[in-house]
Design a protein around this ligand. Structure first.
Ligand code: ITT
Length: 194
C-alpha cells in the first residue's frame, strides 16, 4: 500500500522517501493543495493535526506527517514550533535562516547549542500514532554550504566541525532528527502491516 505524506516541503519529501526506502505519495498529488491550520502547541500536536486533516480527506489510507524545527536554548527555545514562519507568515527558508543568524548577532552570540526535533504522526484506520527524533549540535551566526534545506547551513551536528550545508547529505540521513523518528515510524508501519 502506498503511504500518503502530509507535507508540501520539498526537502522533507525528499528525505522521507529516501529514508523509508519505499513509495510515498505527496498528498497534493491525490487531493490537491489543502490549507492546514497548524495551531497546535507542540511539534506532536501539529504533526497530528497535519496527519488527521489529510486522513479525513483520504480515509482508509495511511498518512504520515512530519512537524519539525530547530530550538536554541540561549534564545528561550526559539524558533521551535515557529521555525517555518520565524521571519513571518509565508517566509522562505532563506529568510528564516537569515532571521536566526541576525537574532544571534544582535545578542552577540557567535556559536551556541541547538537541537532539531521531528515529530512524526501516522494516521491509519487503526488509529493515530506518534514518534519523535532529535539531533543535537550548535548553531553559528553565519551560513556555510548549500546542502540540505532550512537551517542546515548554520547547524553543526555534535561530533562534526562542518555545517549540514557542507557535510555529505548521507551523513545527515544517518544522524538526523528525521532519520531517528523514521526508524521508529518504520516499526509502527510494520505493526500496522503497511
Ligand atoms: P509541511 O508542514 O508542509 O510539512 P513546513 O516547512 O511548513 O512543511 P514545518 O511546519 O514542520 O514544515 O516546519 C519545519 C521548518 O523547520 C522548516 O521550514 C525548516 O525551516 C525547519 N526544519 C525542519 N527540519 C529541518 C531540517 O532537517 N533541516 C533544516 N531545517 C529544518
Amino acid at each position: 500500500m502506498a503511504i500518503i505524506l502530509a507535507s508540501s516541503n520539498k526537502g522533507k519529501i525528499r528525505e522521507i522517501s529516501d529514508l523509508l526506502g519505499r513509495e510515498i505519495v505527496p498528498y497534493s498529488d491525490v487531493v490537491g493543495e489543502v490549507d492546514i491550520v497548524e495551531d497546535g502547541k507542540s511539534f506532536k500536536e501539529n504533526a497530528i493535526i497535519k496527519a488527521r486533516t489529510i486522513y479525513e480527506k483520504i480515509p482508509d489510507a495511511v498518512v504520515i506527517a512530519d512537524d519539525s524545527g530547530i530550538s536554541v536554548p540561549a534564545l528561550g527555545g526559539e524558533p521551535g514550533i515557529y521555525s517555518a514562519r520565524y521571519a513571518g507568515e509565508g517566509a522562505s527558508d532563506k529568510e528564516n535562516l537569515q532571521k536566526l543568524i541576525d537574532t544571534l548577532k544582535e545578542r552577540g552570540i557567535e556559536r551556541t547549542p541547538a537541537y532539531y526535533t521531528a515529530a512524526i504522526a501516522i494516521a491509519s484506520p487503526q488509529g493515530i500514532y506518534t514518534v519523535h527524533g532529535w539531533m543535537w549540535g550548535e548553531v553559528i551566526a553565519e551560513a556555510r554550504g548549500d546542502k540540505g534545506f532550512g537551517y542546515d547551513p548554520m547547524f553543526i551536528p555534535e561530533g562534526y566541525n562542518e555545517t549540514l550545508g557542507e557535510l555529505d547529505e548521507e551523513i545527515k540521513q544517518r544522524i538526523s532528527h528525521r532519520a531517528k523518528a523514521l526508524r521508529l515510524a518504520k516499526i509502527v508501519l510494520e505493526r500496522l502491516d503497511v
